[in-house]
Design a protein around this ligand. Structure first.
Ligand code: ATP
Ligand code: MN
Length: 480
């Protein structure tokens, strides 16, 4: 008999039909009631086995064991569930070595403990919920762009360009470390390397996406990106997934509209398709918040927060306005900020969080940053006073997360772009292909990058980015 998913049984209104279910035991009581989970839903199904089941079989029905149950779906005799399975046959597919099973603990295991057991943590309710939500969000990303006629572009993972900033990239090589080929000045001769030049893992697909946007008009990338930044924070991974739409003819305003619609679409999708998982995660959050002092607890529950974001426009302010708000803030006057605030320096995470969590209490889009703290490809704003040049950048800041999106209108004017590259010592010869788009039918265009894991953090209410990617890569950690 083919296997029926537990989710389908729980959603089906009818009873009195035969099924085979397979899954892992979550609990076993009174030598009779098995709570079985197959990952298709948060909820388990209860299988009731015969009272005369053999002692040798009973011993093997322990937490974590994989089993197959054949039986009939009936209206439940007990409380707590609508239906259950009256088992006719039970097969042990794989026993679980009880004493060694790390999820056997009496107390609820901590997230830190589970991070060290990342190969098994999928089996907990929390991680089951997180990864079902993560899946939904990934699916919704494709649906959102597909509906709008975007082309999904696969940009390369191995790249020779280091446009985003030196020192943050992972080198890709097959040269020998013991005896690498050397130039006369003793530097490594990368002409001997696999690609005949020095290559790295990509930090962003944007530059390549721009090339495609100059023909396909609307494209997006969604793939892994790699940054060797040594920031051991709850918001940074060395390997993370990024979504990068790039749209010809869009200005900064349209770029912001797209990003806001996109984020809201993802939230709405999760609320619609992952209600039970989100409710579970909301309760988890309430429990977690109880550990915090009263004044640090969030005012809204997870679902309320998500609905609130859907119902309100994101606040849109310029960098200059943001600096003014921060300078005038009671927090600044009471010297609560660690980093100094002044026009021309980048906003620190504490400043971003003040703006979204204390001042506006909703997502904020900060635009028009000083040119000197942003990337070379961002479009310089027209009519700036000398020394106060800004670019058409936009960062979206989310409550509890900080920066979730970074984007801009791109500099489409060849002369301006070349000038900027020179100032920032970006080798124009190597980037001829990028500059070519500005030579051959250049057009205004804009795009942004959304950090996928930060979006998953926001929707699940989790607080550490290591808990929303299956196997996190962070400094000194690449287990599993
Ligand atoms: P941050 O200032 O938080 O380090 P960034 O300015 O370096 O981010 P961008 O280069 O603008 O980030 O990348 C676009 C988006 O990718 C960010 O808004 C963020 O959501 C995400 N992101 C950036 N770096 C990381 C990282 N190390 N781990 C996870 N997500 C990241
Ligand atoms: Mn950024």
């Amino acid at each position: 008999m083919t296997r029926t998913k537990i989710k389908d049984i729980l959603q089906n209104e009818s009873v009195d039909y035969a099924v085979t279910v397979k899954g892992w035991v979550r609990s076993f009581r009174n030598n009779q009631f098995i709570a079985l989970n197959d990952g298709s839903s948060l909820d388990n199904i209860q299988a009731v086995i015969a009272l005369d089941t053999d002692e040798s079989v009973l011993k093997k029905i322990s937490n974590g064991a994989a089993i197959s149950v054949q039986g009939t779906v009936i209206a439940s005799q007990g409380k707590g569930q609508r239906v259950e399975i009256k088992a006719d046959a039970l097969e042990i597919l794989g026993e679980c070595a009880g004493d060694e099973y790390p999820l056997q603990l009496k107390n609820r295991p901590s997230l830190e403990f589970l991070r060290e057991k990342a190969h098994l943590r999928f089996r907990t309710n929390t991680f089951g919920a997180i990864f079902r939500v993560r899946h939904s969000l990934a699916f919704a990303i494709h649906e959102f762009f597909h509906k709008r006629g975007f082309v999904y572009l696969h940009t390369p993972i191995i790249t020779a360009s280091d446009a985003e900033g030196a020192g943050e990239m992972f080198r890709v090589t097959n040269l020998s470390f013991d005896n690498p080929p050397r130039n006369e000045d003793n530097t490594i001769d990368f002409r001997e390397d696999f690609f005949g030049r020095s290559t790295n893992l990509t930090v962003s697909g944007q530059l390549e996406a721009e090339l495609a946007a100059m023909a396909l008009s609307e494209v997006y990338t969604f793939g892994p990106t790699f940054r060797a930044e040594n920031s051991n924070t709850t918001r940074h991974l060395a390997e993370f997934w990024m979504v990068e739409p790039e749209v010809a003819f869009n200005t900064l305003k349209e770029n912001m509209d797209l990003a806001e619609d996109f984020i809201k679409y993802l939230i709405r999708f999760a609320l619609e398709h992952n209600r039970a998982d989100l409710e579970f995660l909301a309760n988890r959050l309430v429990e977690e918040e109880k550990q915090k002092p009263q004044n640090e607890r969030s005012e809204m529950g997870l679902i309320e927060k998500l609905e609130f974001v859907l119902q309100h426009d994101f606040e849109r302010i310029t960098y200059t306005e943001a600096i003014d708000i921060l300078l005038q803030s009671p927090a600044n006057k009471k010297k609560k900020f660690e980093y100094e605030i002044s026009w021309g320096t980048d906003l620190q995470s504490e400043h971003e969080r003040y703006l979204v969590e204390k001042h506006f209490k909703k997502p904020v889009i900060v635009t028009n940053y000083p040119k000197n703290i942003k990337s070379f490809y961002m479009r310089e704003d027209d009519g700036c006073a000398a020394g106060k040049e800004t670019v058409a950048a936009m960062d979206i800041l989310a409550p509890g997360i900080g920066e979730i999106v970074g984007g801009s209108q791109r500099e489409e004017r060849l002369d301006k772009l070349q000038e900027r590259m020179k100032e920032m010592h970006i080798p124009a010869e190597e980037m001829y292909w990028y500059l070519d788009t500005r030579r051959f039918g250049t057009a205004p265009h804009a795009g942004f990058g959304l950090g996928f894991e930060r979006m998953v953090l926001f929707v699940t209410g989790m607080t550490n980015i290591r808990d929303v990617i299956p196997f996190p890569r962070t400094p000194k950690n690449a287990d599993f």
